[in-house]
Write a protein that binds this ligand. Sequence first.
Ligand code: UDP
Ligand code: MG
Length: 320
Amino acid sequence: MTQPIVSIVIPIYNEEENIPELYRRLETVIQQLDGEVEVIFVDDGSRDNSLNLMRKIHDRDYHFNYISLARNFGHQIAVTAGLNFVRGRVVVVMDADLQDPPELILAMIEKWQQGYQVVYAQRLSRKKETVLKRFTAYAFYRILRRLADVNIPPDTGDFCLMDREVVDILNSMPERNRYIRGLRAWVGFRQTAITFERDPRFAGTVKYSFAKSWALAINGIISFSRVPLKLATYLGMLSAGVALFMIFLVLYWRLFDSASPLIGYTLITIALFFLGSVQLFCIGILGEYIGRIYEEVKGRPIYTVKEMGGVRSEELRVKS
Ligand code: UDP
Ligand code: MG
């Protein structure tokens, strides 16, 4: 097989209902591309028939390779694993549930040919997603934009095209907490958006639980911003200000307004709980950062691989 021009990385976690249709649509797209194409399915520890389907497709069609992670490591790590093995001069990352239309790859490649190193897909709308999901996503991307050190474009997911140069840099980043859309923005180079309507899931249920989405969002903020760390300072200043004000208020009451009842238990209790919660909240934030330092320092491999089909370094089982 000659060196592929285009590599397509697709993380898969229990997507057996989507794989046949995904394959059908990818095949059509591959036929329209000139040059060699490789698809790398990354099985993120699926418990359904997904891995079997990948093996079958790989046996039948040499364009399709796969890596199977030894357990469920999560979407971002699955994408990371895929990127570690791609060989193409240009790499596309997309979801398996056909929310990211494969046909858009053609338009992305056109942009790449115009000289862009990163072409990310930006959602104009999210069809058939719950109001809550749409609202939280909307709010999150705006908050992240305000807090982050790098400009992470809103309403973009991991669906994108990246030049080899960018993928090599991503692969050289040692960090374990990987918020790929942020790292991709961090790298720089010439980046451009291409807008699309995000289709509903073709089949199956969402694999991102609320807890996983929450973790991803927190990770995005903590990995790309130090603003939360400053919150303790600001809250401290605020409560010092309130305390000072109270001192003067009590003095005033004592000296000039003896009729006012001196503030009793209620206020003390409120102040106690208020300060207690501010302190716990700030310790919690510190904990988020320290927990990440701990993760990084341990230096464990990011993932473990149990099986591969068609990708290079057949002997490589652990990648750090
Ligand atoms: N996915 C994964 N590991 C996980 C969760 C999800 O590889 O632990 C994959 C999933 O199979 C899909 C993509 O990540 O291809 C996006 O997941 P999903 O569609 O559930 O989330 P969405 O971003 O659409 O809400
Ligand atoms: Mg999806």
